[in-house]
Design a protein around this ligand. Structure first.
Ligand SMILES: Cc1cc2nc3c(=O)[nH]c(=O)nc-3n(C[C@H](O)[C@H](O)[C@H](O)COP(=O)(O)OP(=O)(O)OC[C@H]3O[C@@H](n4cnc5c(N)ncnc54)[C@H](O)[C@@H]3O)c2cc1C
Length: 337
């Protein structure tokens, strides 16, 4: 096992923030992970996978473990479904492509989400009307302190909107090592009504789409809307969309009758944070090397040498202005480290 010292994490996070890890180790097997967790000289552990959902604001005075354990195995199947064990270090989108190659359905709407499979349960990733919880069966995670591996069922993960046990009570306590995902082999449930998937399919004359067609449509839409982290540093949606109760929503919509919203239940209304931010005049604005993307106000970007603190400063200004204008508190979706 190779533990390196003073390693820049710039290429390990999609925001491209240049902070240093005091110690750094690449983890490519469960054996490596078990060994490294037993080393008493490194009591503080920090875990990084695809680095696409974190804003690093300081050097990391810990042993940073880069989880890169690979492997995809079918563990059970029936005539209609298949359960696949995917190791934590597999890239999420590569796994989506693997499932499409095998004609396994259920995750096509989540094409092109950056990051790894092992991190997908942490914020219950989701896009275009589908969330991880819809296909999640269980996951395995190692307790960092006791080194005991536990299997978490779906109910134990306590999934919510961009939330789970691992983002709350389990935060920084477990390292997820694999995820079991249940997909369909036939009679796929197609979800084309969300966003502009239908329009994109119609543009290509597709009336009877396959899961591959849906994936292609999602990829095209995402590429047209979201900045590619390889070209400009970002972490996708920086803020969660606020969910208002009926009383809050009624007051909001009375004052802002043109605001877009999504009714989740009789007492829950989701309002796009991007719209709120845009109304505050931040879309496309740049402050030094920190900025708000010009096509999607929900995305904060690093034009080059912004520090984590520059991005946080901008995020705080946005939070204050949205609160002042709409009396709505928005919260980061990204993990601030
Ligand atoms: C351009 C862009 C678009 C995006 N679009 C979406 C979207 O549509 N939907 C969506 O839900 N998300 C989206 N995201 C956010 C991101 O892709 C997801 O949150 C993804 O699951 C993060 O995975 P990661 O491997 O990069 O996690 P990291 O950023 O590496 O880690 C995230 C957190 O988990 C911890 N962690 C890392 N690995 C492990 C592990 N194995 N076990 C336990 N803890 C761990 C880290 O310490 C950190 O706190 C987008 C991001 C970008 C950059």
């Amino acid at each position: 096992m190779n533990i390196q010292k003073n390693i820049s994490l710039k290429k390990y996070n999609t925001f491209g923030i240049d902070v240093t890890a005091k110690y750094f180790c690449e983890i490519t097997s469960l054996h490596d992970l078990s060994e490294v967790l037993q080393l008493e000289e490194y009591p503080n552990i920090f875990v990084i996978s695809g680095g696409s959902n974190m804003l690093l604001t300081n050097n990391i005075d810990a042993l940073v473990l880069h989880i890169n354990i690979k492997g995809i195995t079918i563990i059970s199947e029936t005539n209609d479904t298949v359960t696949v064990k995917v190791m934590a270090g597999e890239n999420w989108h590569q796994f989506v492509l693997w499932s499409l190659d095998n004609n396994f359905g259920g995750i096509e709407n989540m094409s092109l989400i950056p990051g790894n499979v092992g991190t997908s349960p942490i914020q219950n990733i989701g896009a275009y009307g589908v969330e991880l919880k819809d296909v999640f069966f269980s996951c395995e995670a190692v307790n960092i302190k006791t080194q005991i591996t536990k299997t978490f069922s779906k109910s134990e993960c306590n999934f919510g909107y961009r939330e789970s046990f691992f983002k709350r009570e389990g935060k920084d306590k477990f390292i997820i090592t694999s995820v079991n995902i249940k997909l369909t082999k036939s009679n796929h449930t197609l979800n084309t009504s969300y966003g502009t998937i239908d329009t994109e399919l119609a543009k290509n004359g597709i009336t009877n789409p396959t899961i591959k067609d849906i994936s292609n449509a999602v990829i095209t839409i995402r590429k047209s809307k979201l900045p590619d982290p390889n070209e400009i540093g970002n972490s996708g949606s920086f803020f969660k969309n606020p969910i208002l109760n009926l009383k809050e929503f009624s007051s909001f919509i009375e004052k802002n009758p043109k605001a877009p919203y999504y009714k989740m239940s009789e007492d829950e209304y989701k309002v796009p944070a991007g719209w709120l931010i845009e109304q505050c005049g931040f879309k496309g604005k740049r402050f030094g090397d920190a900025g708000v993307h010009d096509k999607q106000a929900l995305v904060l970007v690093n034009y080059g040498d912004a520090s984590g603190k520059d991005i946080i400063h901008l995020a705080q200004q946005i939070i204050n202005e949205v609160d002042k204008k709409f009396e709505i508190c928005i919260f980061p979706e990204v993990n601030i480290i």
